[in-house]
Design a binder for this molecule. Structure first.
Ligand code: HEC
Ligand code: HEC
Length: 249
């Protein structure tokens, strides 16, 4: 080996040793830290947030609670949907769990949104996290944000993001393939939005749009129903969703 090559070899070995030592120290620091705090916490501006509260904040976005009750439950979407920020601990864990699992019944006015039934779609662990998040006062949690809707890329593209933002995907599956269980309903599943059966029944844009606008309560809780989106989604957003649904097989 040339002297220069040997020197590079020695320097390389030292660098490698430094990386290994650094890694071991880093591992040790990480582990001692974990021992001190038994629960890992997310850092938010001005403090930390309990992992269950953080999970609840993400569930609140994923299941589109935020699209009806406003981001952080601050209201402002529709006069018919209450803000949740003022609730604090006014409702017990059991009361909140029951409202989320079973809804609050259909509105007496069929033109108004109602609180949907979530049992079976939102898991018991997720409901428990949502309850903790609401009782903690719905604090801001980093990255618990709805997906943005691209502009100027056409109706079907906007619709594809609305399908996620408004939580349609949780009940009807990716690409409208369906298969999500609804044990108390007659056909035992939430319907697919793709396939011949769907296209046969919903053979015009108007029929699809009307179904999304008015929703459908197919029975009493615990049957999961189609939420009423009139007053929540604009006519343009409805048209975008209809355009997206047309891209399904
Ligand atoms: C389609 C719109 C819509 C969606 C989505 C929705 N809600 Fe609601 N929610 C409502 C309406 C409307 C009410 C009021 C119903 C009533 O008073 O009869 C309500 C009521 C509530 C209440 C009771 C508030 C009170 O002051 O008593 C809670 C708690 C609640 N919703 C939580 C949630 C959570 C958690 C989610 C997500 C899993 C969610 N909601 C999703 C429309 C919605
Ligand atoms: C909480 C679960 C849930 C969510 C969220 C939901 N749906 Fe539904 N949807 C249902 C159920 C249940 C039915 C069946 C209702 C019935 O048979 O009366 C349905 C029916 C439909 C239908 C008619 C299909 C058929 O065969 O009856 C369309 C179209 C539809 N939903 C579109 C959407 C869109 C678009 C969104 C998002 C904006 C959405 N749904 C969000 C549960 C849901």
């Amino acid at each position: 080996m040339e002297p220069k090559g040997r020197l590079i070899g020695v320097v390389g070995a030292i660098a490698l040793a430094a990386v290994i030592v650094g890694g071991v120290i880093g591992w040790a620091i990480g582990h001692s830290g974990r021992k001190a705090a038994t629960v890992a916490e997310t850092t938010v501006s001005g403090g930390t947030v309990d992992p269950h509260v953080a999970a609840g904040a993400h569930d609140f976005v994923q299941f589109a609670c935020a699209q009806c009750h406003g981001l952080g439950g601050r209201g402002g979407v529709s006069a018919d949907v209450p803000a949740l920020t003022g609730l604090g601990t006014a409702l017990t864990v059991d009361q909140l769990t029951s409202i989320i699992d079973h809804g609050l019944g259909e509105s007496a006015n069929p033109d108004k949104p109602y609180m949907p039934v979530w049992k079976g779609v939102v898991s018991p662990a997720q409901v428990s996290d949502l309850v903790e998040y609401i009782r903690a006062g719905l604090p801001d949690v980093p990255l618990a944000e709805p997906v943005p809707i691209p502009e100027g890329q056409g109706a079907a593209v906007a619709g594809s993001r609305l399908y996620v933002r408004y939580g349609c995907i949780n009940c009807h599956g990716p690409n409208g393939l369906g298969g999500i269980p609804n044990p108390e309903a007659e056909d035992k599943t939430i319907p697919a939005l793709a396939g011949a059966d769907f296209r046969e029944e919903f053979n015009t844009d108007a029929k699809v749009g009307e179904m999304i606008r008015s929703g459908s309560v197919i029975g009493k809780p615990p049957i999961v129903s189609m939420p009423h989106w009139g007053g929540i989604l604009s006519d343009e957003q409805l048209a975008d969703l209809v355009a997206y649904l047309k891209t399904f097989s």
